[in-house]
Design a protein around this ligand. Structure first.
Ligand code: SAM
Length: 335
């Protein structure tokens, strides 16, 4: 059965290419989604994956609600729901008026479920699961006014909208906050962070507000909450020339420079990871001027510094990313 995969709207063409590159058969696509068979597990552009999706069609709100309820009730046989479970209805915001339609179907579905299984209905939450991994529940994605894909399991790949902070000096702040969700850890009090290409300081501020000590490297000025922050040391230097003093290992490498991605891989990622200069990293690679699918293939190749020194690296096109990938991982300890 196919999987319905969501991505950032406007990037469905790249998601489709990534799927095809991984051997999947793409059946259909629309703004912010693609439907595919044999989708690979590792997808940079995927946000959510609704596995074994079943299509429901209906001309009216009630017909759709009925069809979705039947799928849930049939698949629930033998399954006991004792705790809160995710029941999420969504669809592309780009289709004007679809949100209202989805809301109406969700309400009608809720009423049907209450009549049939009131205890299960009471335990339903509309929250998407946090972090990464598979969750059982009910996930409904509308591809149009009369068509929905319905799944009982969802895989969250990590990307999600993050809350802003008034003191954050840039929108980029949201990307590193999101990267922590993908990686499952974040800088903590007493840890050290080197932020390459730090200005105006969104990433540095994010680490410093968690109590980490930050060396922020950039010729440009820091602003907002990063300016004169007691835990941020601003150094006006060339990031490509910075190396930690002998024997010093930083907890985190951050790198967010508008540079050619191969150049960043060769002159930042490879030396930092191979020499053990950091334990964890968040690195953005801008793909606006290269072929992003070819770049992904290179990053995933066995000889890539990521595979050699951080085999569990996560490569994502985040909710807050533009034309860039965020790489985040832990460096494999030296043998
Ligand atoms: C996209 S901005 C970084 C935004 C930052 N992550 C934030 O959260 O505010 C890129 C920065 O990289 C800096 N940069 C580019 N090349 C650099 C280099 N060789 N050394 C130091 N900084 C560099 C630029 O000055 C610019 O401030």
């Amino acid at each position: 059965m196919p999987s319905l995969i969501t991505c950032q709207a406007g990037f469905e063409d790249l998601l489709t290419k990534e799927l095809a590159d991984g051997g999947a058969r793409v059946i259909n696509r629309g703004p912010g989604w693609a439907l595919a068979e044999q989708a690979p597990d590792e997808l940079a552009f995927a946000h959510l994956m609704l596995n074994d999706a079943v299509e429901v069609r209906g001309d009216s709100v009630n017909a759709l609600a009925q069809g979705i309820a039947e799928i849930l009730l049939t698949s629930l046989k033998g399954e006991r729901i004792e705790a809160a479970w995710s029941c999420v209805f969504d669809g592309p915001a780009e289709l004007v008026g679809l949100g209202r339609r989805i809301g109406a179907v969700e309400k009608a579905f809720g009423e049907l479920l209450k009549k049939r299984l009131s205890r299960v209905a009471r335990l339903a939450t509309t929250e998407l699961p946090r972090g990464l991994g598979e969750t059982r529940g009910l996930f409904v994605w509308f591809t149009d006014f009369g068509v929905a894909q319905v799944a009982r399991t969802i895989r969250t790949n990590g990307p999600r909208r993050m809350a802003d902070d008034d003191l954050a000096p840039s929108r980029s702040y949201l990307k590193v906050e999101e990267a922590y969700v993908v990686l499952g850890i974040e800088p903590t009090e007493g840890e050290t962070v080197v932020d390459l290409g730090a200005a105006p300081g969104g990433w540095s501020y994010s680490a410093a507000k968690r109590g980490a000590q930050v060396i922020a490297i950039d010729n440009g000025p820091l602003k907002g909450g990063a300016l004169n922050h007691p835990r941020i040391e601003h150094r006006r230097e060339d990031a490509f020339r910075y190396a930690p003093p002998a024997g010093v290992e930083h907890n985190w490498l951050f790198c967010d420079m508008v540079e050619e991605p191969h150049h960043v891989m060769q002159h930042i990622v490879e030396p930092w990871l191979s020499r053990g200069w950091c334990r964890n990293f968040v690195v953005n690679l801008k793909f606006g001027r290269v072929n992003p699918i070819a770049l992904l293939r290179e990053l995933r190749a066995p000889g890539s510094p990521l595979r050699r020194f951080a085999p569990d690296v996560r490569i994502r096109h985040l909710y807050h990313d533009r034309e860039e990938f965020t790489l985040t991982g832990r460096v494999k300890p030296a043998e």
